[in-house]
Write a protein that binds this ligand. Structure first.
Ligand SMILES: NC(=O)c1ccc[n+]([C@@H]2O[C@H](COP(=O)([O-])OP(=O)(O)OC[C@H]3O[C@@H](n4cnc5c(N)ncnc54)[C@H](O)[C@@H]3O)[C@@H](O)[C@H]2O)c1
Length: 358
């Protein structure tokens, strides 16, 4: 079993990574000072696969569980859905000592975390992520949110979980497209932080795509360590944490213009990483060889590396101004300065961005 500690003073927490951990969820929770009622939130895809196992382990450890499954997919990240979950929490008699447990991908994690952060001004929150994206990214770091018609993740909070339990076995049921989308974030960590890890991925991506447990555990551990290190430096994204957004400024524009759901988040980020590497190349931050290595690795794992037909550069730039990271009307980009290093740049000119998009 691998353990990583996210060191945030009184908000510190462990991340446990191993196969089969879901069986021990109840035992892990009973070692924490928690009330005996649990709100377990999952979705309509995850519940039939892992819901019973989660309810059983919690019941064996003496917890009384109210289990709710929300419809799978991004559309569940709404205030309406959160309101239904508050109703269930009240109905079950959840008090301030009782945990909300998220069992699922990033959608369930973000929604459940938002409910945990706001119900009674905050109750303990536990993440049991079941997609590669949520295991390497969204379950760690405390960003919780729902969507609003004005934007994705625009209503939310920074609210750290008390524990993250990663059962790598759950990835065996994830479809190949979702797995590849998670790999985009994995490759991102290599680019922004760790050249050795990037090189390892170049040699070993097939092990991850073939769901080999040792490869998965190594990848998840490495990514969680990097995310923990970044979050420890800048919990509420005042500066440094923004390097995690490499690929995301352009990625978000692609997602929103092509209609959410056409591209998976990771797929849009993959294209964003290629184009933002091009932006870095044009600014002489990155060499042509480094930019090519990034594109090659993304392509090698089966991710898209070029813009979909019909997206006009002008529309994309307009869409970028709706990003949460825009301050004083200046676009922010996290750009690689080599493989293994990244810096945040503000105030790039529209012509520079257009040149990269073209
Ligand atoms: N909080 C953060 O820091 C952060 C970071 C990145 C992304 N996010 C958010 O995460 C969300 C995307 O997360 P995601 O990619 O995990 O999507 P998701 O939660 O929609 O899961 C993807 C699909 O896989 C299914 N699924 C989940 N686990 C499964 C399993 N083990 N086996 C089979 N199917 C399974 C889900 O039901 C869903 O259909 C977005 O809403 C995004 O905004 C948040």
């Amino acid at each position: 079993m691998r353990r990583i500690d996210v060191a945030l003073g009184s908000r510190s927490y462990p991340i446990y990574i191993a196969g089969g951990l879901l069986n021990d969820l109840g035992a892990y929770l009973s070692e924490m000072p928690l009330g005996k009622k649990v709100l377990l939130i999952t979705d309509t895809h995850v519940d039939p696969l892992y819901g019973e196992k989660a309810r059983d382990t919690l019941a064996r450890a003496g917890f009384q569980v109210a289990a709710v499954r929300v419809p799978a997919g991004e559309n569940s990240k709404t205030l309406d859905q959160a309101a239904k979950l508050y109703d269930t929490a009240f109905g079950h008699g959840l008090d301030r000592s009782c945990p909300v447990v998220a069992l699922g991908g990033g959608v369930v994690g973000d929604l459940a975390g938002f409910v945990a952060a706001t119900y009674m001004r905050g109750v303990p929150f536990v993440q049991v992520p079941t997609t590669l994206l949520s295991q390497v990214d969204s379950s760690v770091g405390g960003k919780v949110a729902v969507n609003h018609p004005r934007g994705k993740n625009i209503i939310g909070a920074f609210y750290q979980p008390r524990m993250v339990l990663v059962d790598v076995d759950t990835l065996q049921t994830l479809n190949a497209r979702e797995l590849r989308a998670g790999l985009a974030e994995v490759i991102k960590y290599g680019v922004i932080w760790d050249e050795e890890f990037f090189a390892w991925l170049e040699e070993n991506s097939s092990g991850v795509l073939n769901l080999e447990p040792a490869a998965l555990e190594y990848v998840i551990e490495t990514c969680c360590k990097i995310k923990a290190a970044v979050v420890e430096q800048d919990e509420t994204e005042q500066g440094r944490r923004a390097i995690l957004n490499y690929g995301h400024t352009i990625g978000h524009a692609i997602e929103s213009l092509s209609g959410y759901g056409t591209y998976l988040h990771g797929e849009a980020v993959a294209v964003g990483m290629v184009l933002e590497a091009r932006l870095a190349l044009n600014k002489d931050l990155l060499t042509i060889d480094e930019a090519a290595r990034i594109t090659r690795l993304l392509s090698q794992v089966g991710l898209p590396v070029s813009l979909p037909q019909g997206l006009a550069a002008g529309d994309m730039i307009k869409s970028m101004y709706f990003d949460k990271k825009v301050t004083e009307n200046k676009l922010t980009f996290a750009l690689p300065v080599n493989i293994g290093g990244c810096r945040v740049f503000q105030g790039l000119s529209e012509s520079e961005i257009k040149q990269a998009l073209d």
